[in-house]
Design a protein around this ligand. Structure first.
Ligand code: ADP
Length: 414
């Protein structure tokens, strides 16, 4: 089945066409045909198309909204210039899978989109005002283009964390606000953590029930997830993706009283505070330089920049605190920690800094393997053979999870 996977951000669109097949043993075999990205939707947009086995194609084009972006992408996909195996017309797209950021408490699983599901996604808009509207626009744009006969599946970032216990998802706030407004931890990056759990199971050839790991998605957004018996039991992002680890521009955990204090001292409004915590904090805020980890490492190494070093130290310390807390909470029943995301996959230096002090938990990092990282392999063990706690680097693949759920829902497989 050829599946179009769409990830609509507030002003961007990531897409892939993936050919997916369910094997006789029930496993999913996936092959990507094309991947691409549209940036700056709403103004002069930049597009990148990457067809399997061909050089990248870049374009610039004025695209006023998501409908226009999806229209343009789809027309390009079927054009003779694209030369994509097996894609000549819209009829070749057999289903569409959408990443939807927030599924609230209602959507614990991926689901075929109908009017009721669309209104459910709309109900969650208040919880993810930047993302869910764009996700819904993506669904509407596909319907306008392909018609309602082509099945569409919504795959939620929050769904993997629907297994959190009340103890893990409730904040220390009066219970009535949970009852009234569903204020609780939801967790995000669910498709990434779920992929990591899946890949761990495949690498080690173990059943899902034996997957006991801590997954660390470290990119611009960062989150940790404690996975027991293949299920998420705790995660660092919360009611929104602001909570938890220090990120590129997001603060992660802060004492909420600071917000009131800043209001008194600087006259900050709620919008100002929101902007401060989401856009001007984290690595960028601490260093005063950049949110980009690669640049920070360069600044720290080449210029000995004190605040660049400080930002890196705080980032790594924070990740370790979560690892240690999750490790203790499950009484040490952790076989491995797994690094993924732009930083987790690419930075041997950050992995080393996080891992070395974890000798306290029985982790013995193999510095040579860590340095090699993902060079010429699709995953790597970066702990020594003697290490009690293992460490891995695994590239994430959220689109694979979206494609798998799409074929399963379309074919009615649970
Ligand atoms: P997003 O969360 O937006 O998907 P990514 O997962 O692509 O982001 O991660 C982006 C982050 O990964 C940036 O901070 C970038 O500097 C960092 N990164 C990418 N490559 C490296 C590298 N070789 N060393 C250190 N950091 C890196």
């Amino acid at each position: 089945m050829k599946i179009l996977v769409l990830n609509s951000g507030s002003s961007s669109l990531k897409f892939q066409v993936i050919e997916v097949r369910i094997t006789e043993s029930g496993e999913c075999d996936a092959q990507y045909l094309v991947k691409g990205l549209v940036e700056s939707i709403g103004s002069y947009s930049q597009l990148t198309f990457n067809v399997s086995g061909q050089p990248k194609v870049r374009q610039s084009q004025s695209l006023k909204d998501h409908q226009a972006a999806i229209d343009h992408v789809m027309r390009w996909l079927i054009s003779p210039a694209a030369k994509i195996d097996g894609i000549q017309s819209y009829a070749d797209i057999e289903a569409v899978g959408h990443r939807v950021v927030h599924g609230g408490e209602r959507f614990a699983k991926s689901i075929l989109v109908d009017d009721d599901v669309k209104s459910g996604i709309e109900d969650c808009m208040e919880l993810a005002p930047l993302h869910n509207p764009a996700n819904l626009k993506g669904i509407e744009a596909v319907t306008a283009l392909l018609g309602s006969a082509v099945p569409q599946v919504a795959v939620f970032d929050t769904a993997f964390h629907s297994t959190l216990s009340e103890q893990a998802y409730l904040y220390g706030l009066p219970y009535q606000y949970y009852r009234r407004y569903k204020i609780r931890r939801y967790g995000f990056h669910g498709n990434s953590h779920r992929y990591i759990a899946y890949k761990h199971r495949k690498i080690n050839q173990i059943p899902r029930e034996s997957v006991n790991i801590i997954s660390l998605h470290l990119g611009n957004g960062c989150s940790a997830c404690s996975i027991q018996a293949g299920k998420s039991v705790d995660t660092s992002m919360g009611f929104t993706p602001l909570d938890g680890l220090v990120m590129g521009t997001r603060s992660g955990d802060v004492d909420a009283s600071i917000l009131h204090y800043l209001h008194l001292k600087e006259g900050f409004s709620f919008d100002d505070v929101d902007n401060l915590l989401n856009k001007r904090s984290g690595l960028l805020g601490i260093s005063g330089l950049t949110s980009d980890m690669r640049e920070l490492i360069d600044e720290a190494e080449e210029c000995n920049d004190r605040r660049a070093k400080l930002a890196i130290d705080i980032f790594c310390r924070n990740v370790r605190k979560y690892i240690a807390a999750y490790y203790v909470e499950v009484a040490g029943n952790v076989d491995a920690i797994v690094f993924t995301g732009g930083i987790g996959e690419n930075s041997a230096e950050i992995r080393r800094r996080i891992c070395e002090p974890l000798s306290a938990l029985g982790l013995d990092i193999d510095l040579a393997e860590n340095k090699l990282g993902l060079k010429s392999v699709d995953y790597r063990v970066i702990s020594t053979q003697e290490s009690k706690l293992q460490a891995y680097v695994v590239p994430t693949d959220e689109e694979f999870i979206i494609a798998v759920d799409t074929i399963r829902r379309v074919e009615g497989i649970e």
